[in-house]
Design a protein around this ligand. Structure first.
Ligand code: NBX
Length: 847
């Protein structure tokens, strides 16, 4: 190949890579201090040192990113695109160092410059562009895609403000503050001011002919600008891309208004354009029908699709081959508008006929469902979509009726192999109504899960039980119509790099030493952990295992002392429940259980109390700002903590902490320190859970219901190593029916629980009236079945105590648990998607 320009020798010598010996690293860091930061050694603080180190590490990432993208362009493999409105990345520096294999070198270099790596890592703010499990899963999958050398890009939004910061008032109320995570410049992103797309809202859609074509004009146009975040693989050269879109006004301001002296009017449209990517919606598991949220979803899907199509077009292939070059994964229904959007582009711009376009669409998309809770299934009011996206509403109507997915075709459909619902199930009008994309009502609403399902090649749930529930409940009719093979399962996974090696370096080192394997081996083949099993019989190993857990508990205690000023008893069982606050996750069951334990301890003689296993209970989690019952649960937890932590009779035996502002970084401290963690959702409600996997990977045992991935964890580690309780999924419907039609007074049904509720009402933890609405959710209806599961929950806690008393056996359980967690690596999960869904192959990247 001919060199494109200039003196090739000059270029080649300048193009050499970066040196990564310690001397070169300090030079590079200091270079960034002097130039990028324009600072001097004598005014450099930890924050400045962090920024300079980050910029220096970034240089390495950029070179790998360049090489990877060049190879992708040259080899033109089929690529996968992961569309997610949330990426809960946490911090980047430590992970980048690990994946680049430069941790020791930077540690040493930073030390030579008079700083400590631990301190500067703490300077980084979390990138918290997500609510919870769904967003963190997306982040784990990015790490695994690069580590498995899979050609995958993520697409999301660059929110100016991530998930709100949580403050807790002295009364125990959650207060929300903005999360200005971009306050200092963000070294991990590359603005791509040249990658820009127009996105239209509102306006008019006029049909052009009988072929379903239309013209969409007028309305508001905004710009989508790309920011690229580099995603390094562990032990690979591959560095994938996460492309986040920022909204900008198409015209800076309205010159007419400006010249007329109307300055506010002049910037109005620019404000409304910038509002689109200003903030992450903090509601998980509810839909609100807010116009701005719909605009976020369309803005992001339209820009991402335009970008994907442009890349495909560079290949000069016929458009019908698009599905052979692109697989697009929809992370929940949030990006479902991509389906009508691709139809719009193919029909209105590429001028394809409907059936050809629909064939392309249904071979391109894949849909992952993350919940079966009815209130969490997205629906958008028809009038709102008609207003904001008139052309898309037409297309959705066309999918429903005109084009015969459901009804008899009016266009020639001889070439299509699809059969309409009506032909397959004649005269079954109820079925048609159930399956329709449009739900009747005031207003009519579009069911996004139905649209995502019919527009996708395959659909999956996130754990075996959940995928079964998807097939037998919310998408049952679609299984009957399209056949079961379209509906699969990919059990979630977690990246062992962040969730073991980074958060628990001592355990990681012990594992490597014991397995006699370099961590680069077992961190990429997590089933290798099984090699730990024989060492349950090795006394010295068990002792070391327990000592590491103890030091992690002390590290957590230190953190609590620094942040809350409270001293934690580390000679107690650490019991942790950390997740978004939600009734279905039943933090209420946990806190009522804590109260029960407290009341039981109060009734004991001091001598008897001494025989009880001492327990420290940790809670953390955010409540959606408008979720009243969830906020009241936090208030109860905080006030129970205030009373019992101060009770001299019991405080050596039971204490309780609510740690504010839960985040990825806080999880990294809490998870390695837990002896037991709680995953206690009403059976059938938690799709999978992923923190359950993280705790178990770090040798914490699991206390939970027979739900989500808990079941598969138990299958792996053995039921004798988990603590299960509560009713099973098939019983839930009947129990709810009984609550409604044959209620039994709580005093009779579950006296222990009734007593606990009465004590709260009576004011043991401050004004009982405050908690009535929360207590009433249990007393009336009890939708989440606390009264059905309370007794078995308390019994399970007793079994935990008993097991923990046998400390030698407990350590063995802990080791066995870690040893059997191989299945839950996100490397396994991403490979399943690559092989059984996307049909993409590895693209090794070499220098
Ligand atoms: O997705 C979670 C499920 O609840 C977990 O069981 C599962 O492990 C995890 C990953 O598959 N769902 C979740 O986190 N949802 C959201 O955060 C969410 C955010 C916005 C929204 C709806 C749900 N509109």
């Amino acid at each position: 190949e001919k060199w494109p320009r200039g003196d090739e020798k000059e270029w080649r010598s300048a193009l050499r890579g970066l040196d990564t010996d310690v001397g070169s690293i300090t030079k590079s860091v200091v270079h960034h201090v002097q130039t990028s930061l324009a600072r001097q050694p004598h005014n450099l603080d930890d924050l400045g040192a962090y920024q300079a180190a980050a910029l220096s590490v970034r240089d390495n990432l950029i070179l790998n990113w360049n090489e990877t993208q060049l190879q992708y362009t040259r080899k033109a493999p089929k690529r996968a695109y992961y569309l997610s409105l949330e990426f809960l990345m946490g911090r980047t520096l430590d992970n980048a160092l690990l994946n680049l294999g430069l941790k020791d070198e930077y540690k040493d270099g930073i030390k030579r410059l008079g700083f400590s790596i631990e301190d500067i890592l703490e300077q980084e703010r979390d990138a918290a562009l997500g609510n919870g499990g769904l967003g963190r899963l997306a982040a784990c999958y990015l790490d695994s895609s690069a580590s498995q050398e899979l050609p995958l890009w993520g697409y999301g939004l660059r929110y100016k403000y991530g998930i709100f910061q949580q403050l807790i008032s002295p009364e125990g109320n959650q207060l929300e503050a903005p999360d200005p995570w971009l306050e200092h410049q963000n070294p991990w992103e590359l603005p791509r001011l040249d990658v820009v797309y127009d996105v239209r809202f509102y306006g008019q859609a006029e049909r052009l002919d009988g072929k379903g074509r239309a013209q969409w004009t007028g309305g508001q146009e905004v710009l989508a600008i790309a920011y690229d975040v580099m995603i390094p693989g562990y032990g690979t050269q591959t560095t994938n891309n996460l492309r986040l879109w920022e909204s900008r006004p198409k015209r800076g301001f309205d010159l007419n208004s400006f010249n007329a002296g109307n300055y506010e009017g002049a910037v109005e449209s620019s404000n409304s354009a910038e509002a689109i990517t200003s903030v992450l919606y903090p509601n998980d598991h509810t839909t609100f029908g807010k116009e701005l949220r719909l605009k976020q979803q369309y803005f992001w899907t339209a820009a991402s699709l335009a970008d994907i199509l442009r890349r495909f077009k560079n290949l000069d292939k016929p458009i019908t081959e698009f599905p052979e070059y692109a697989a697009i994964q929809l992370n929940d229904t949030h990006p479902t508008l991509a389906i009508p959007e691709l139809m719009r582009v193919l029909i209105d711009e590429e001028e394809l006929d409907w059936n050809t376009a629909w064939g392309i669409v249904t071979n391109t998309f894949f849909y992952t469902n993350h919940t079966v809770l009815p209130e969490a299934l997205e629906k958008w009011p028809v009038p709102l979509i008609e207003h904001v996206l008139p052309r898309h509403m037409q297309i959705i109507y066309d999918i429903v009726s005109l084009r015969s997915f459901f009804l008899t075709r009016t266009l020639s459909d001889a070439s299509s192999s699809r059969t309409s619902v009506e032909r397959k199930f004649p005269h079954d009008r109820e079925r048609l109504a159930r399956m329709s994309l449009i739900e009747e009502g005031q207003p009519k609403q579009v069911r996004m899960a139905h649209l995502a399902c019919i527009g996708s090649r395959k659909v999956n749930g996130v754990a075996e039980l959940h995928s079964d529930l998807v097939r037998t409940t919310i998408l049952k009719d679609f299984v009957e119509f399209e056949g079961i093979s379209k509906f699969g399962n990919v059990t979630n996974g977690i990246t062992p790099r962040r969730w073991l090696d980074q958060c628990n370096p001592e355990l990681s080192a012990l594992i490597s030493k014991t397995l006699k394997l370099d961590k680069t081996v077992w961190l990429k083949d997590l089933t290798k952990l099984e090699g730990l099993l024989p060492f349950t019989e090795d006394k010295a190993f068990c002792k070391e295992w327990a000592a590491i857990k103890q030091r992690n508990k002390e590290r957590l205690a230190h953190h609590v002392e620094l942040t809350l000023g409270l001293k934690v008893n580390t000679n107690a069982l650490f019991d942790v429940q950390i997740k978004r606050l939600h009734e279905y996750k039943r933090q209420t069951l946990n806190i009522l259980g804590v109260i029960h334990r407290y009341l039981t301890l109060k009734n004991m003689t001091p001598a008897k109390r001494k025989k009880v296993v001492n327990r420290v209970v940790f809670f953390a989690g955010k409540a959606a700002p408008a979720y009243y019952i969830a906020k009241l649960t936090i208030r109860l937890i905080v006030n129970v903590a205030r009373i019992i932590n101060a009770d001299p009779d019991t405080k050596d035996h039971l204490t309780l902490y609510f740690l504010p502002d839960y985040s990825v970084s806080l999880a990294e401290v809490l998870i390695p320190a837990s002896n037991i963690s709680q995953h206690i959702s009403t059976a059938g409600t938690e799709a999978s859970g992923t923190s359950n996997m993280k705790f178990c990977l770090n040798g914490g045992l699991l206390l939970g219901t027979v739900d989500g991935a808990n079941i598969e964890i138990a299958e792996e580690v053995g039921e004798s190593n988990v603590f299960f309780f509560g009713h099973l999924t098939p019983a839930v419907e009947d129990l709810r029916f009984q609550h409604l039609y044959h209620p039994v007074p709580l005093e009779q049904k579950c006296p222990a629980l009734a007593h606990v509720l009465n004590q709260v009402s009576a004011g043991l933890f401050g004004d009982g009236h405050v908690y009535e609405p929360l207590l009433n959710t249990v007393r009336q209806g009890d939708y989440y079945l606390l009264s059905d599961d309370f007794d078995s929950y308390i019994a399970a806690l007793g079994m935990v105590d008993e097991a923990y008393s046998d400390s030698e056996e407990w350590v063995k359980k802990s080791i066995r648990t870690t040893a059997k967690m191989g299945k839950f690596s996100s490397d396994r999960a991403i490979n399943e998607y690559a092989e059984s869904y996307w049909n993409i192959e590895k693209v090794p990247v070499t220098k």
